[in-house]
Design a protein around this ligand. Structure first.
Ligand SMILES: [Zn+2]
Length: 725
């Protein structure tokens, strides 16, 4: 899985206070919210706290040098109090409710809080320590209380509803219509329209669901930690790489099995074991250990919990007026309805399954050729597919890495962006930054106008969480009259250069750099009024689309020739090598797509249920897999018992989203391939219809404006090598 763009906590907060932002900082000095605090002391506190006045820096970049950790909590408290007051003022106004005095006023409220949140949550992800974690823990319940205060404010909802009911007479722009719709629906989806008895039922359902979801997650954790496969005979380690054996020895010591080797169902242990171990019996043991988690009939069993959650979610959907939980969730997605999701998955499924069967037959052939007298089973797949991969496309990372230094890859990205949209990047070493690793670029448009600030933070650090993401210290918007320019950053975890040798990236790492830039450029080129809808404020099944599109340019000969040069000799990467890498990308895609789709369909099935009746989870899953014809050699990527995405992670009826974004990406790339990868008309239209509007309108409509039609599935099948041969 490639990336995550937003710090989840920050996202949750921006959602919790969605549609509720700021006012200026004018009143902060006299606004003493802590009654017991002596006024003079409070004033002193706010004067030395950089959050209490606009940052006096170039472009208003956060004044990192002056921000101390002790500044966050007072700033949060002030921001929360201020936001609360703003909301009260809107809710209790005696003037008739209008779009401006209600919807826009809500959108503008919370400016102060937004500002401190952007800095704090940006830095908790990349510069964390005990103190930052303690602040996060302290502020989290305060923010959810604020979210509740807003969501449950009956006067506020009455005004929002009053505006919503006049929506057809208001002659609103499309982004304003979207804002009104979202604000109103946000309340309705939280139960604001229900009578008191139903509100009580909803609260009870939410409470039960949140408890079950917590237990589900804890059970997986326990099941994962409790399983161990102890190996005491060295011969049983045959085939495993040395570092994996060494790690297993350490695990053994940790678990009081000194002198032996212990393997677990954690991925870094299980995956290499399945891929390299020649011991078929042990492969079976660890495979079953993994796939039976949460389904062992013990105290950590998740089957009944999953079934209860599906039932409760159905009841909740009913209460709120939806046919099913999937209907409820998908209302806010690009897909819109479960029928649309099934329609899409059904188009990809036969091609993926067909290819997976061919791959299975290839594996069986290899087994037969080796004289293994057995039928391939699920625990054989990794082992034999790795053998086949090695035979067909053995590419060592050391062959490609010298062509992808971090610096040249970054320059390749800037080259691509300039060719497409005329934007240029000028490095500035004199601007505020939160760490020495950060590099800052001034971004300028074709016509010389200033676009925004782009920061990169590329190197791995202990205080940084893993992965790669994009976020912002300030989003583009225009809701207060003036044009607020964005401050966008990309954070990655690449190794530091050693001595004179630059950081060299694997092909996938270079691809990730393009990917994250794809999010960043959407944040930079954003052109909208309201902060809650600009940049990457997009549905989950759509937000990865522009970033995935960006990856495509990287492997084009014209782009490679510009940047993929050997760091010592300057030689451009041989095209044959690139083709080999691309071909290997299609390898085993039948399996990958099939196990993914099976999981996506399982998610959709649980959440399209239109009954509160409890299901037997094991037979529910088995029946479903039988219905779609999944072969025995492949299990869904997540089985019900450990499907944390949907039962403890907030992705319910959303796991399909990855492939949904992929369809848009492949179809868009086809347009560039047909018209020319740097065709100005296509690039302009992509910028105007996809990048600039962000979440101001229904994405499917914007897409049609760009492409002239809905995306087709064929380009994706082609890319994954799933078309019939
Ligand atoms: Zn992404």
């Amino acid at each position: 899985m490639k990336t995550q763009i937003l710090a989840p906590v920050a996202l949750a907060i921006s959602l919790a206070i969605a549609g509720c932002q700021p006012s200026s900082n004018e009143t902060t000095q006299q606004e003493n919210t802590q009654e017991k605090q002596p006024a003079a002391q409070a004033q002193q506190l706010t004067q030395s706290n950089p959050f209490f006045s606009p940052f006096d820096t170039p472009y208003g970049i956060p004044d990192f040098a002056k921000i101390e950790k002790d500044h966050y909590m007072p700033a949060f408290d002030h921001g929360i109090a201020e936001n609360k007051k703003e909301i009260e003022t809107i809710a209790n106004s005696s003037a008739p409710a209008t779009f401006e005095n209600t919807i826009v006023a809500m959108e503008k409220s919370g400016e102060f809080l937004n500002n401190v949140s952007n800095v704090f949550y940006g830095l908790t992800s990349s510069m964390s320590d005990d103190k930052m974690r303690a602040i996060a823990k302290e502020v989290s319940p305060k923010l959810s209380a604020l979210g509740d205060d807003i969501a449950l404010n009956a006067n506020l909802f009455a005004r929002v509803k009053a505006v919503y009911q006049q929506k057809d007479q208001l002659e609103l722009r499309i982004d304003q219509q979207t804002l009104l719709e979202r604000t109103y629906k946000g309340f309705v989806r939280g139960g604001a329209n229900l009578n008191d008895a139903d509100k009580t039922s909803l609260r009870a359902l939410n409470e039960k669901l949140s408890k079950l979801s917590l237990s589900f997650g804890e059970n997986i954790l326990n099941e994962t930690n409790n399983f161990e496969m102890v190996v005491d005979n060295k011969a049983d380690l045959a085939g495993l790489p040395d570092d994996i054996i060494a790690a297993a020895a350490v695990t053994a010591t940790d678990r009081d099995h000194d002198g032996k080797w212990v393997f677990t169902t954690h991925r870094p242990s299980k995956n290499p074991f399945l891929t390299y171990s020649t011991n078929r019996k042990l492969r079976e043991t660890i495979y079953k250990g993994y796939t039976m988690r949460g389904n062992n009939g013990n105290e950590y069993d998740n089957q009944a919990i999953a079934s209860q959650m599906a039932s409760l979610r159905y009841q909740k959907a009913q209460l709120l007026g939806y046919k099913s939980h999937a209907d409820f969730t998908l209302e806010n997605a690009t897909a819109k309805t479960p029928e649309n999701v099934f329609k899409l998955l059904d188009q990809v499924w036969p091609a993926a399954l067909g290819r997976a069967k061919e791959e299975r037959d290839d594996i069986q052939k290899m087994i037969d050729a080796e004289g293994g007298e057995f039928k391939v089973a699920a625990w054989d797949w990794w082992f034999y597919s790795e053998k086949i991969r090695k035979a067909r496309y053995d590419i060592d990372a050391s062959q490609t890495k010298p062509y992808f230094s971090l610096e040249s890859t970054l320059q390749g990205i800037f080259f691509t962006a300039e060719k497409l949209w005329g934007v240029t990047f000028k490095e500035r070493n004199d601007l505020p930054k939160y760490h020495d690793d950060v590099r800052t670029f001034e971004v300028t448009d074709k016509d010389g106008s200033f676009v925004g600030i782009y920061m990169t933070d590329h190197y791995v650090r202990e205080s940084k969480r893993g992965g790669a993401w994009m976020s912002s210290f300030r989003k583009q918007h225009r809701m207060n009259g003036e044009d607020v320019t964005p401050i966008i950053y990309n954070v990655l975890n690449y190794p530091r250069p050693v001595g004179d040798k630059p950081t060299l990236l694997t092909f996938d790492q270079a691809s990730t750099l393009f990917h994250e830039f794809g999010h960043a450029i959407q944040g930079l080129l954003s052109d909208g009024y309201y902060r809650s809808q600009t940049g990457t404020a997009l549905p989950r099944d759509y937000v990865e689309y522009p970033s995935q599109v960006m990856e495509n340019w990287m492997t084009e000969p014209e782009v490679l020739a510009n940047f993929a040069k050997h760091y010592e000799t300057g030689e451009v990467i041989p095209q044959a090598l690139v083709e080999k890498i691309q071909a290997s990308g299609k390898f085993n895609q039948g399996f990958g797509t099939t196990e993914y789709l099976a999981a996506a369909l399982l998610d959709m099935s649980w959440h399209s249920l239109q009954t509160a009746e409890l299901q037997d989870a094991n037979s529910f899953e088995a029946d479903m897999m039988k219905k779609i014809g999944l072969i025995d050699e492949i299990a869904p990527r997540y089985r019900t018992g450990y499907y944390s995405h949907i039962f403890s992670g907030g992705y319910s009826s959303g796991y399909y989203g990855y492939i949904w974004s992929n369809i848009y990406d492949a179809d868009t790339w086809l347009a560039f391939k047909e018209n020319g990868i740097f065709d100005q008309k296509t690039a302009d239209s992509y910028r105007k219809n996809i990048l600039e509007p962000g979440g101001t309108e229904d994405p499917t409509i914007m897409y049609r404006r760009f492409r002239g039609q809905d995306p087709k599935v064929a380009p994706l099948l082609e890319r994954r090598g799933l078309t019939s041969k």
